[in-house]
Design a protein around this ligand. Sequence first.
Ligand code: 13P
Length: 243
Amino acid sequence: MRKPVIAGNWKMNMTCSQSRNYLSDFLPLVKDIPADRKIVLAPPFTAISTVANLINGNTVQLSSQNVHWEDNGAFTAEISPMMLIEHNVEYAIVGHSEPRKYFSESDEQINRRAISAQSHGLIPIVCVGESFEQRERGEAERVIRRQVEQGLEGTDLERLIVAYEPIWAIGTGKTCQAKEANRICGLIREWAASSHLIIQYGGSVKPTNIDEIMSMSDIDGVLVGGASLDPTGFARIANYKVD
Ligand code: 13P
């Protein structure tokens, strides 16, 4: 049984005081969330401690937006798994298309991050997805397959999440059609050869499309960017309904 994970990636948004205001609106709206799903928030590093203290004892879990493969050392601007688990962080996003694009993150680095996360008990959320040009050229499947095979190599698939985030759907308002997202998630499951693997969809998820997305057979949750910054909207997403 794959329990859906509804995650909000705040990216480089939210100061500590904004996080406090957010949670005072958000937590009451998700306190009676059905037990068949998990809610995860990924604040920026500076707000992790604030969020950790406020969600304590709540149904919401915490993710980081990155994690390094070393426990400590001369890695300016990186964050170590030890620093995260001290704040009760349980998940770590790795391989998001933004660091892939802006900082040229490779599949090999992403794989090292995922393995390091798991070795400290964190669940990596490994993001994969093709660009618009790659899709137009008919390369989407090849690109995603490579990201899955290299990114997941040597990991424990029962303690890992894959997020399928087509780059052209991120922050653009253009959601991938639910059926197409489901088809790709089905292929990812096949390539990973695991029926237990949790696979999320991400890319312009909103309160208005969440119910359709979550009704798909191979989609086990969502990774939400922009819409997770609005506590009411994200609470609606977390309270998705499937017939
Ligand atoms: P949007 O929901 O803003 O499209 O972002 C998706 C995303 O990148 C989540 O990691």
